[in-house]
Design a protein around this ligand. Structure first.
Ligand code: HEM
Length: 427
């Protein structure tokens, strides 16, 4: 039988409801690590492995324009952003984001996040209990607005961080979470577009070369300034994912709770250990389930054909848990990354391929540094972990500990916390 013409049931709902397990479950039955399926009404091939990553990120094979469904654009990404561009238009827009990879920029944001965390710890110690994922959101909002040069009055930190977290939390759901994300997108785009207008009118004067300054002045390949709405979409492409690092902070707390033996190393303050821990948090815990692009031409992968206009899907979560690449992939072992940078196309929680030219996340170095910095501070903190539901259902995108990771009785300043421990009461 001619496989490409076999009618296939559309699996869009399966992808939504089975979440992270959807592709890995089917890949297990495929020795070639390729799954033929149908998604969003299009024929699709799901692939995995470093070779597949290179195939997926080859612009001759895959385009991004028209690949993302409206509900994701209207919540997570916004319309007209860098994620939806190809070729020269993508390269011109991506230039905005490349300076975020510079070591001094990474160091500055991590330092601001560390300071915001230390200020927050003082306030946490006066509260009975708190949800770490939400608190990390406020810490990161405070830090990233300062770093990017956007004004943010103290009283706005919570509402804005609530909106930025909601954009991430609601993009793949139906119902109230999704509606909340849509409202948050409208509110934050309106607000940031007004900020861009005010910068251009000289009412707000951001620090020279800050993110706000550069994005406000950016001209696309056609030489025209970005319209304020698109500039806002791109500024939110910095603010939102930085605040999304809160998920990794909650996952780091989860890891330190389940495997407290890692606490000591982190407390000792070695940057290499903290970086290895951050990589393992990104590998082990579910965040991006898969990525998809539209095939630019007829493609063939390991004997399977996919016509132009189909969907090529990269099984991100599956690759980060592939036995062949990781050996014992469901064991949490930061030592995997001791003294080595992960291979470019092996560890792909934030995409793969060339970090400069393709669509790979330009905030990856920032993320690693933020997770390393805040995990070390978390390990140094003294707190109790009350009984709570810490399960992380893989059917929910994005996954998170159900409780958001509740802590109680935060004690002392972070310096004292360096002697600290987390007492366990729950699962
Ligand atoms: C929680 C941490 C983060 C995760 C899990 C994450 C994940 C990802 C993934 C999976 C992609 C898509 C790659 C692709 O389409 O091939 C991406 C793209 C992107 N990320 Fe991140 N990211 C994170 C943090 C950041 C940060 C901190 C920034 C910036 C400050 C950032 C900015 C971007 C941008 C602008 C893109 C689009 C790049 C393009 O299409 O050219 N991300 N990220």
């Amino acid at each position: 039988m001619d496989a490409p013409h076999r009618p296939l049931t559309d699996r869009t709902l399966a992808a939504l409801f089975e979440g992270y397990a959807w592709l890995p479950d089917r890949m297990r039955r495929s020795p070639d690590r390729v799954v033929r399926t149908r998604v969003m009404g299009r024929p699709a091939l799901a692939v995995r492995g470093p070779d597949a990553v290179r195939f997926f990120y080859d612009e001759r094979n895959v385009h991004r324009h028209g690949a993302l469904p409206g509900p994701i654009l209207d919540t997570l990404f916004g319309r007209g952003g860098v994620q939806t561009l190809d070729g020269a238009a993508h390269r011109a827009r991506r230039e905005l984001f490349l300076p975020l990879r510079a070591p001094n920029a990474v160091g500055e944001l991590a330092a601001l996040a560390g300071e915001a965390w230390d200020r927050a710890v003082a306030a946490w110690s006066r509260r009975d209990r708190l949800v770490l994922l939400d608190e990390a959101g406020a810490v990161l909002t405070d830090a990233v607005f300062r770093w990017a040069g956007l004004p943010l009055p103290r009283e706005a930190v919570r509402p804005v961080s609530g909106d930025l977290l909601a954009l991430v939390d609601g993009f793949a759901s139906l119902g109230p979470r999704h509606l909340r994300a849509r409202a948050a997108r409208r509110r934050q785009e309106d607000h940031v577009a007004r900020v861009v207008d005010e910068v251009r009118a000289g009412v707000i004067r951001p620090p020279a070369e800050s993110v706000l300054d550069r994005f406000g002045r950016h001209r696309d390949g056609d030489g025209r300034l970005l319209d304020p709405r698109t500039a806002a979409v791109e500024l939110l492409n910095v603010l939102r994912p930085t605040v999304a690092v809160s998920w990794y902070v909650a996952f780091a707390a989860h890891a330190l709770h389940r495997w407290p033996e890692h606490r000591g190393r982190l407390r000792a303050g070695d940057d290499g250990d903290a970086t290895a821990f951050a990589h393992e948090v990104r590998r082990f815990y579910p965040f991006t389930p898969f990525l998809a692009g539209r095939t630019a031409r007829d493609l063939s992968w390991r004997g399977e054909e996919l016509p132009a206009g189909g969907l090529l899907i990269l099984d991100v979560y599956g690759q980060d848990h592939d036995d062949e690449l990781w050996g014992d992939p469901y064991a949490f072992r930061p030592q995997r990354f001791a003294g080595r940078r992960p291979g470019r196309d092996e560890l792909i929680p934030q995409g793969g391929g060339d970090p400069v030219a393709g669509h790979r996340c330009p905030g990856e170095d920032l993320t690693v540094r933020l997770v390393a910095t805040l995990s070390a501070r978390l390990a140094a903190l003294d707190y109790d972990v009350p009984w709570q539901d810490l399960s992380i259902p893989l059917s929910r995108i994005p996954a998170r500990p159900r409780s958001g990771f509740v802590v109680e009785g935060v004690r002392g300043d972070p310096e004292q916390g360096r002697q600290g421990t987390a007492r366990r009461a729950g699962p």
